[in-house]
Design a protein around this ligand. Structure first.
Ligand SMILES: Nc1ncnc2c1ncn2[C@@H]1O[C@H](COP(=O)(O)OP(=O)(O)OP(=O)(O)O)[C@@H](O)[C@H]1O
Ligand SMILES: [Mg+2]
Length: 232
């Protein structure tokens, strides 16, 4: 048998690890949905629950959400998601993402302000993937923001692209941090996994778009995503 070079061995290992994490992520999806459904049904029938118990249920639901997004991000990185491309409207996806982030933004006491173009803007992308890009960006902005501040999500068109901007007036990044943020597993957070922006970059690349960051320490950050627009 031919001997593999060090690099080939490493690549093989990475391939196997990717497959393994994808299959674990798949397996976790269903029981996680069951946990979420049960927690929601406990909440709906919450007449007999006290404030403390309700708070515990909410904390569990938030933890489930967190696991859910880690899993979805893992599946993107291991490229084992279903790849059905559809036409999706940017404002609709952005609204859905803001809605999904509601409990998170409440917990951080940061308001998400929508500043949307009145136009309908279509892109060729799986809706879940577009949601995932927006949610990863909103999550980062909320995590970087001070209590009581505002995150702005802006949509617009620019020649042949649709443009999504997420801006915060949070802690910002140094040039050194900025140069590493798209690396897999780079994080400055104690509980971060460092895959949010890698996933955004991969999804934006797949859609032939661009992602740019403007950031100043202690002033804030704006992430600009451009995706080729398609006509209605
Ligand atoms: N809006 C932002 N403001 C300040 N720093 C940011 C912002 N967005 C990203 N960063 C920096 O980029 C790093 C990488 O972000 P990324 O989303 O890839 O990972 P993470 O947020 O640390 O972890 P994960 O997204 O996997 O939970 C962050 O740890 C942070 O240092
Ligand atoms: Mg993140």
């Amino acid at each position: 048998m031919e001997k593999l070079s060090g690099e080939e061995l490493q690549n093989n290992k990475l391939l196997l690890l990717g497959k393994l994490s994808a299959s674990i992520a798949h397996e976790i999806r269903n029981p996680l949905s069951a946990i979420r459904l049960n927690l929601e049904s406990i909440k709906i029938n919450s007449d007999s629950l006290g404030d403390d118990e309700l708070e515990s249920v909410d904390a569990c639901l938030e933890a489930v959400e967190r696991i859910h997004f880690i899993i979805e991000n893992t599946l993107v990185l291991s490229k084992s998601q279903s790849d059905e491309i559809t036409k999706v409207e940017l404002n609709e996806a952005a609204s859905d993402a803001v809605e999904l982030m509601k409990s998170f933004s409440k917990r951080y006491n940061v308001k998400i302000e929508k500043n949307f173009s009145p136009r309908l803007m279509y892109v060729n992308l799986n809706k879940n993937k577009l949601l995932q890009i927006i949610i990863n960006l909103l999550t980062n902005s909320l995590e970087a923001s001070e209590n009581g501040s505002v995150v702005i999500i802006n949509t617009n068109v620019d020649s042949n692209n649709v443009v999504l901007k997420v801006s915060d007036s949070g802690r910002g990044m140094t040039e050194e941090v900025k140069s590493k943020i798209f690396d897999d597993f780079f994080t400055t957070k104690s509980v971060g996994t460092g895959i949010g922006l890698s996933v955004c970059r991969q999804l934006v690349d797949e859609a032939n778009g661009t992602i740019d960051i403007e950031s100043t320490p202690e002033v804030g950050t704006t992430v600009i995503v451009k995706l080729p627009s398609v006509s209605n």
